[in-house]
Design a protein around this ligand. Structure first.
Ligand SMILES: Nc1nc2c(ncn2[C@@H]2O[C@H](COP(=O)(O)OP(=O)(O)O)[C@@H](O)[C@H]2O)c(=O)[nH]1
Ligand SMILES: [Mg+2]
Length: 391
């Protein structure tokens, strides 16, 4: 057998045809293996598409442990909410092509956007001639800065304006809210074709004053909500005539769907609420946490409370399910608590005694109290999770 023994021999061998071919082949195989390995590493680090990631996140949320401690309702969190920012890393413009399942209880403020196709499917309206009369009631205080936007949003409503009356109830303002509200009422009838409109000034005291942070301090909520309930009940007393429906709208909303009234009428329920959201860092988030459904856990918690204990949402984790989280159940879903951002009530319910409780009523007050009272009176209370009002 030939064995290379000198440097010249080895050089000769290396330059021979078969060996070069062999080396080249080995090189190619090596490169191929490296590419495969690199692809595998990428898969490990980025195993799912963003849609899949969100889907998994939601599936995991279904199995979150329950909060057993009643006090957790009232625990103050740094940002005053259950804001977990779980979607922070996602591209804001990404929309889900499926409806997330209903969680056992709400644990995030983020309301994912859904595709246009899904939204349209749940917002389709029948072609019909509307004849029901509506009265819009709006409490207001120190809201001068909001009334221009409010006028624009009201004017854009596509429901026949000649079927809508609007009444404003102002008190305790130290800005020009009442004067501007009176001018607004005039314009709504003369310029925008609404049926009737008037601003009332109520001589009541006891409200909570200060900047947003002060009035939303947890300890202030009983006084604040009690006063708001009084303002709403006064409006009802002064403004309700022969209309078929009462629509409550807060004057500091930033955007109403133009078909808000048609959407809420579609539900054909005694009390019906849309979602009330806000936009933050390009995400939609839940604003009005008074719109919720009880769960076994939240109801069990209440059994161990004293009669006058007030449960407040938005001050820590919740054991209830907020309306935006109920979308997987469909277009019109049963709920137990409502807010005042926008709320439709069959006027006869108010005529038969449905009001905003001014004291703790089944552990809630004001709008949430109205929902509880409505249920006690045998009325239907529902939410429309695809209808979005923006605060
Ligand atoms: N009449 C009256 N309206 C009020 C008072 N405080 C707030 N409002 C109005 O009630 C609605 C809801 O109040 P707001 O402070 O926006 O509540 P939030 O959005 O839940 O923080 C808005 O239209 C306010 O202008 C008050 O003391 N008296
Ligand atoms: Mg508000």
């Amino acid at each position: 057998m030939y064995v290379p023994c000198s440097v010249t021999d080895i050089r000769k061998l290396c330059c021979s045809g078969p060996v070069i071919t062999c080396l080249l082949a080995l090189n190619l195989i090596g490169t191929f293996i490296m590419i495969l390995l690199l692809m595998e590493v990428r898969k490990v680090h980025n195993p799912l598409s963003s849609q899949d990631k969100l889907r998994r996140l939601y599936e995991e949320r279904q199995f979150l442990p329950v909060f057993e401690n009643v006090q957790s309702h009232n625990r103050l969190f740094p940002e005053n909410g259950t804001d977990t920012d779980i979607f922070q890393e996602q591209e804001p413009e990404k929309v889900l092509d499926y409806i997330p399942p209903v969680p056992k209880m709400s644990d995030s403020d983020v309301v994912p956007s859904l595709t246009k196709e899904i939204m349209e499917q749940y917002l389709e309206l029948p072609d019909k001639n509307y004849t029901d009369t509506i009265v819009v009631f709006t409490p207001m205080r120190n809201s001068a800065e909001h009334l221009a936007t409010y006028e624009t949003q009201l004017a854009k409503l596509s429901y026949p304006h000649n079927l809508i009356s609007l009444y404003f109830g102002e008190d305790s303002s130290d800005d020009r809210t009442f004067i501007i509200a009176k001018m607004l009422a005039k314009r709504l009838t003369t310029n925008h074709g609404f049926k009737r409109s008037k601003a009332f000034h109520f001589n009541i005291t006891g409200g909570v004053h200060g900047v947003w942070g002060d009035i939303h301090e947890r300890t202030m909520q009983f006084a604040r909500r009690k006063h708001l309930a009084k303002s709403r009940n006064l409006l009802l007393h002064r403004g309700l005539k022969d209309e078929k429906w009462v629509l409550w709208i807060d004057c500091d909303i930033s955007q109403l769907p133009i078909d808000l009234i048609q959407q809420l009428l579609f539900a054909n329920k005694d009390v019906v609420s849309p979602c009330c959201l806000y936009r933050y860092k390009n995400f939609k988030r839940n604003y009005d946490k008074n719109i919720w459904r009880e769960t076994d856990v939240s109801l069990e918690d209440q059994k161990h409370m004293s009669r006058d204990q007030l449960v407040l949402e938005g001050y820590g984790p919740t054991s209830r399910i907020y309306l935006p989280d109920l979308r997987a159940e469909g277009r019109v879903v049963p709920i137990d608590g409502v807010g005042g951002c926008a709320l439709l009530v069959r006027a006869d319910c108010h005529r038969k005694g449905l009001v905003f409780p001014e004291d703790v009523y089944e552990h809630v007050i004001e709008t949430e109290g109205l929902a509880k009272m409505a249920k006690k009176m045998g009325y239907s209370v529902y939410g429309m999770p695809f209808v979005e009002v923006f605060h």
